[in-house]
Write a protein that binds this ligand. Structure first.
Ligand SMILES: [Zn+2]
Length: 337
């Protein structure tokens, strides 16, 4: 067992709908009569071959989430799973515009309230605090994203601290969402964006320069342009890197080393996460193990520490998270290799 396994962690890139356990997905699909179709591979509930198929799978899971109590159930499960992964603080994505795409009648506010109660109820005794980031989901177009940004502002008192931009990056480039991000920011929300996953380095540049994204989801394809890597390093924009996700979606091809080491060496702020752990068949612990195999344990621990500073927790809370982290880790706090 590695020290990494039990290290108290901060989780910054995990989609609530991507944490649904296969068993729960099957139960909800049966309850609501959702056809699992060709994705129901025997012995494997979650299967996909391309990024597009992955997005369809994500949509299929969301299709089975129809009522606030379904979301409360998965939020409860999320906290239990997070406890096993030694998560102490998390900022978890939710995708209200995907929910309402499938279920127009779903009350977003009541759903987020149900999620909030479940997270607090399950998290409090375990010492796990979970903030939420509302994903604007590019696929539904500019207007819907702007509407989603306005909705997210109204959910701040339920612990929504920011907006994100996931979905079909290749067909919906970041510049389309400049206004949506401005609306969110003016409403007091933080902003993050998936970029450099299904599109190249330019998408990362635009997410930083035009959208003003404070963190980049993945960003791995920034490696295709040294000037973009330099921009990330210079602006200290943290990258939320999810190695298994990147392999399975093709963002970081299997036949080469994952670019996280090169990005780190170039001075980028690397953090590690699991993205959609249930759908990708992974856990935060597995991701850290993979990373440690590539860059060594000490560097992986440094990445775990980076996530504390990269979070949107208030300064005093970050100091507290650092103290908890240090108390469970004997490696000195300075940058070390
Ligand atoms: Zn993601």
């Amino acid at each position: 067992m590695s020290v990494l396994d039990t290290l108290p962690k901060v989780q910054l890139h995990c989609h609530l709908e991507g944490t649904v356990r296969p068993q729960t997905f099957r139960e909800l699909a049966a309850k609501y009569g959702v056809e699992l179709g060709e994705r129901a591979v025997p012995g494997r509930t979650y299967a996909f071959a391309t990024f597009r198929e992955f997005l369809l799978l994500f949509a299929k899971v969301t299709e089975t989430l129809r009522a606030p109590e379904d979301f409360a159930r998965i939020a409860h499960d999320y906290v239990r799973d997070a406890a096993e992964q030694h998560v102490m603080y998390a900022e978890v994505f939710i995708s209200p515009s995907v929910w309402t795409f499938f279920h127009r009648e779903l009350d977003v506010r009541a759903t987020v309230e149900a999620i909030r109660s479940a997270l607090d109820e399950a998290g409090r005794p375990l010492g796990i605090e979970v903030a939420l980031i509302a994903d604007l989901t590019r696929n539904f177009g500019v207007e819907r994203a702007e509407q989603s940004a306005r909705e997210a502002i109204g959910l701040r008192e339920l612990g929504v601290v920011g907006v994100g931009l996931g979905g079909d990056e290749a067909n919906y480039p970041p510049e389309l969402y400049e206004r949506a991000f401005a609306i969110a920011r003016e409403g007091g929300l933080h902003t993050v964006a998936h970029a450099g996953e299904a599109a190249g380095a330019e998408s990362v540049r635009v997410a930083v320069e035009t959208l003003g994204a404070e963190r980049i989801g993945h960003g791995v394809r920034a490696i295709e342009d040294p000037a973009v890597v330099e921009l990330l390093a210079q602006k200290r924009i943290p990258l939320e890197i999810c190695p298994t996700s990147n392999r399975l979606t093709g963002a970081a091809p299997e036949h080469t080393d994952h670019p996280l080491a090169a990005l780190d060496a170039a001075g980028c702020v690397v953090t590690i996460d699991a993205d959609d752990p249930a759908l990708f068949g992974t856990t935060l612990r597995d991701e850290f193990r993979l990373v440690a195999q590539q860059v060594g344990e000490v560097t992986a621990i440094r990445f775990a520490r980076n996530a504390i500073d990269a979070s949107f927790a208030p300064t005093e809370r970050k100091a507290e998270l650092h103290r908890t982290f240090a108390s469970r880790n004997s490696v000195p706090a300075g940058r070390s290799q």
